[in-house]
Design a protein around this ligand. Structure first.
Ligand SMILES: Cc1cc2nc3c(=O)[nH]c(=O)nc-3n(C[C@H](O)[C@H](O)[C@H](O)COP(=O)(O)OP(=O)(O)OC[C@H]3O[C@@H](n4cnc5c(N)ncnc54)[C@H](O)[C@@H]3O)c2cc1C
Length: 399
């Protein structure tokens, strides 16, 4: 055996996974297809407090985010949050990714850059992988192969492990000169700018990340760039964008909905490769980290021979089934409150949200990264939302 584990992909999830496996005494090889880490950049850079606590990388923070202004299609604004409670962190994603990888290397992982698997097969005890490297092909045998190779995961496709339920598309520009509020992110809704989803403006130090996400089948022939252009030229908000100067642009997929077989024999998927992004926010770093923390002890036991394959599968299902159900509930709530609404319905929702008692509820229970508890309280306690409850329950039951 050359290594206990081979991890494909040195994104944040693959690097944390490698670090934790090394800390548990395993030998780990990370292979990364790019020559450098954290590029291309495809992220709005928000890291929730739980994920930040796991990696302790406060020095990568560009702006602490304590609140949000959420905009309805016709201009109604709901402002939430208070400066004394940080809700999420806007980070430099390149520095963040590099720092996690650095910690994996310090824990003992090996790293091959400019390398990717070109074939892999498993038997009962091992996985054999042929890796294309900058100096030629190399065969490596390991006890377990982990795919943390992002939305279009090669590992997932090679071992036929299923597909994420939804694949959203995100487009983003980084600009200077946006007129926002320090520490507050802006969210914009409406069929012209982010059909079924939302657009955002996130303060990130000296710049602002302005983006939108949606599903390909909801775009009605428009490109994501056109949506963002519509937002920036919208008569309602154009003043905020008039002084913007673009310094970068990025486009990428957001896979959400855990794949059907995230563990198959001696092959396991993590992060975006497994379809872990949140259906409500698109955030993938938090759920990816939670998944790593939950599964690593089991994978280590398996390689030490302290856990049988069927024991591993049963315990992994026990962890992943609730995660799958959470995603389903969150998607149902998103659909009920956002994706299935037309602009008039959304305007009605905003007129209810902007009532002082509802804003109080949002501030009390709302979390940018976990809107389920708030959604459920609103369906229960706000009379105007009762009709939505029926839609949400149906989606949870049949989704
Ligand atoms: C526009 C946009 C905005 C987003 N904003 C946020 C946000 O604010 N907060 C948040 O939490 N999430 C956000 N996300 C999602 C977030 O970027 C991902 O969930 C996160 O990067 C997942 O980490 P990962 O390590 O699983 O995968 P990735 O970050 O995609 O890393 C995968 C790594 O694998 C490498 N790789 C791929 N294929 C191979 C191969 N065959 N061989 C070797 N290496 C390979 C890649 O080069 C990459 O380094 C956003 C996504 C988009 C598109």
């Amino acid at each position: 055996m050359d290594y206990d584990f081979v991890v494909v992909g040195a994104g944040p999830v693959g690097s944390l996974l490698a670090r934790r496996l090394c800390e548990g005494g395993a030998s780990v090889l990370i292979i990364e297809e790019h020559a450098q880490i954290g590029r291309p950049f495809q992220c709005a850079g928000l890291v929730n407090p739980e994920a930040m606590e796991i990696v302790g990388l406060q020095d990568t923070v560009l702006t602490p985010i304590w609140g949000a202004r959420i905009h309805g299609p016709s201009g109604e604004v709901v402002s939430i949050g208070s400066p004394d409670t940080v809700r999420t962190w806007s980070v430099c994603r390149k520095l963040f990714d590099e720092s996690i990888l650095e910690s994996a290397l310090q824990s003992g992982a090996d790293l091959w850059l400019s390398s990717k698997p070109i074939s892999a097969e498993q038997d009962d005890d091992t996985v054999g992988i042929t890796i294309s490297t900058s100096t030629g092909n190399v065969d490596v045998r390991c006890s377990m192969l982990c795919g943390a190779d992002g939305a279009h995961s090669w590992v997932r496709r090679n071992f036929r492990m299923g597909r994420p339920k939804e694949m959203m598309i995100g487009f983003q520009v980084e600009v200077t000169g946006y007129i926002g509020e320090e520490g507050r992110l802006d969210m914009y809704t409406g069929s012209e700018i982010a059909p079924g989803f939302f657009a955002w403006a996130i303060p990130s130090g000296d710049t602002t990340r302005i983006g939108a996400w949606s599903k390909a089948d909801m775009l009605q022939g428009k490109s994501p760039e056109q949506l963002l252009d519509t937002l920036m030229k919208s008569r309602l908000w154009t003043r905020r964008f008039s002084g913007c100067r673009e310094v970068g642009r990025f486009c990428g997929p957001v896979p959400s909905g855990l794949v059907s077989r995230p563990l198959r024999g001696r092959v396991a998927l993590f992060g975006d490769a497994a379809g872990l992004c949140k259906p409500t926010t698109g955030g993938g770093i938090g759920p990816g980290f939670t998944h790593v923390e939950a599964l690593v002890p089991l994978l280590l036991q398996r390689t030490l021979g302290n856990l049988t394959q069927s024991g591993l599968e049963a315990r992994v299902s026990k962890i992943l089934d609730p995660m799958r159900k959470d995603q389903l509930r969150a998607r149902a709530l998103r659909d009920a409150f956002l994706t299935q609404m037309d602009d008039d319905e959304l305007d009605n929702v905003f007129s209810v949200w902007s009532k002082p008692d509802v804003i109080e509820l949002i501030n009390e229970v709302g979390e940018i990264e976990n809107p389920i508890p708030l959604g459920i309280r609103m369906l229960r306690e706000v009379p105007e939302f009762r009709t939505l409850a029926r839609r949400a329950v149906k989606a949870v039951l049949w989704g």
